[in-house]
Design a protein around this ligand. Structure first.
Ligand SMILES: Cc1cc2nc3c(=O)[nH]c(=O)nc-3n(C[C@H](O)[C@H](O)[C@H](O)COP(=O)(O)OP(=O)(O)OC[C@H]3O[C@@H](n4cnc5c(N)ncnc54)[C@H](O)[C@@H]3O)c2cc1C
Length: 412
């Protein structure tokens, strides 16, 4: 049994398959955890069930695009290729559809810790996971009101949080700006202090437990009729009757070979790591107006966020990362200074995104031997563990614990 891609999704799928008794080979040209799973904000957020495409996002788009320091940018030369995805994105964001998408997403992310912790425990990675909640801060009542629809949807779906006023925010994290007037503390969320290391540790455990990791690029499938017989890779042919495609934003070409044309795009995101921070946030803290997260990590403070629509091939625009650094002083004044290049590192990565904020999970059109597990957009760290369970159940022939209809490849 093969898993294509050794990001957080591939790692969790591989380990759950292995715990189910399957022999597993993982295939990736990079070391584990070097794709999108390297540089994210590290949050495990069962509360992140609000689809990104929706009226609240759409309302803000013109403002975001006019602002060179804004959280969204489009590389205009990429627009012709992007247009079909953008149209679908717009169509996916009606209030009725959002409720259905939120229900589907909730099924995938609500069990996050129940199924993540067994993987963390048996990999010996307890130091890498904190279950201390996350904080979202607002500077004005207008900003709180602008997010009200999303919080109502969370409430309907059973998410609990505590409301903080200015004094409670200061008491919770004295380093926060006094401009932070309102806060929402979500106690049942958590984070990893090193996302890439967490993936590597889970994959190491797969290998220690008898699995194989092949450093190669999967280039195609070989079928005998509708039966998968092998994966063609840059290191030769790997014979297998089952392949789980978990190559994140790079899954589209291989899915097409398995008969499915999926509208998968990359929402490129950036981070800046402050390696010598004067202070660290107490928990991952979202600046709701500026749309980024400041996460306390092993190697410093990570500022992660922004969306850039520019495809898989364009070079990074490091100004997108500098924006995050420019903004941090308005959230944590003690972090707002000019950093020398050796005090920071910058990164860009590819969120794998379908227009309706849901991943693709299930068997391919061409062959039951090709199984999809990609497209986890902004919540892949959170959704990966239960994706591992769902895929393992599917491959092992057990009834699915969740309704897979919303995740079908042919839903568009
Ligand atoms: C700035 C930012 C912040 C984020 N913050 C959060 C957060 O706080 N919480 C959260 O839950 N999510 C967050 N995310 C989203 C999350 O990072 C992704 O959804 C998740 O990492 C996707 O995991 P993946 O395993 O599908 O993809 P990846 O981690 O990209 O892994 C895919 C792997 O497939 C490999 N691959 C590609 N092509 C091939 C091929 N042909 N053959 C073999 N292997 C191949 C790649 O090398 C890569 O290792 C964030 C993302 C970004 C960009």
């Amino acid at each position: 049994m093969a898993v294509i891609g050794a990001g957080m999704v591939g790692a969790c799928v591989a380990r759950y398959l292995q715990r189910d008794g399957h022999d597993v080979v993982m295939i990736d040209p990079l070391d584990p955890g070097e794709g999108a799973s390297f540089g994210n904000a590290g949050c495990f957020n069962p509360s992140s069930l609000v689809p990104i495409a929706g009226p609240d996002t759409f309302r803000q788009v013109p403002k975001y695009l006019m602002d060179p320091l804004g959280p969204l940018s489009i590389r205009w030369s990429y627009l012709p290729q992007l247009a079909p995805w953008l149209i679908r994105y717009g169509l996916a964001g009606t209030p009725e559809k959002i409720k259905l998408q939120a229900t589907a997403l909730k099924a995938l992310i609500a069990p996050c810790f129940d199924v993540l912790m067994p993987l963390v425990d048996d990999a010996g990675a307890q130091d890498l996971v904190k279950r201390e909640g996350i904080l979202i801060v607002y500077r004005s009542a207008e900003s709180v009101a602008a997010d009200a629809r999303g919080w109502a949807l969370r409430r309907e779906n059973g998410i609990v949080w505590e409301e903080f006023d200015q004094a409670q925010l200061r008491a919770f994290d004295p380093n926060l700006t006094p401009d932070a007037k309102f806060g929402k503390y979500v106690p049942n969320n958590g984070h990893t202090v090193n996302p890439s290391e967490l993936v590597k540790t889970i994959v190491d455990n797969v290998v220690k437990s008898g699995g194989r990791l092949v450093k190669a690029e999967a280039r195609g499938f070989a079928f005998d009729g509708d039966r998968l017989v092998a994966i063609e890779t840059s290191a030769g042919r790997i014979e297998t009757d089952t392949a789980v495609l978990a190559a994140g934003a790079h899954s589209k070409v291989l899915a097409a070979q398995a008969g499915d044309k999926v509208p998968l795009e990359t929402e490129r995101g950036y981070h800046v790591m402050i390696r010598t921070p004067a202070i660290k946030p107490r928990v991952p803290t979202t600046d709701s107006e500026n749309k980024f997260v400041a996460t306390p990590m092993q190697l410093g403070v990570r500022l992660a966020g922004t969306v850039e629509l520019a495809g898989l091939r364009a070079a990074p625009n490091w100004k997108r990362a500098e924006i995050l650094l420019k903004r941090i002083g308005s959230l944590y004044p003690a972090l707002g200074k000019d950093y020398s290049p050796n005090e920071i590192t910058c990164w860009m990565g590819h969120r794998p995104s379908l227009p309706d904020s849901l991943p693709v999970l299930g068997r391919s059109k061409r062959s039951a031997g090709v199984v999809y597990a990609f497209g986890h957009q902004h919540v892949g760290m959170t959704a990966a563990p239960y994706t591992g369970v769902v895929i393992s159940d599917l491959v092992s022939g057990r009834p699915s614990p969740i309704d897979l209809t919303p995740f079908r490849a042919d839903r568009f």
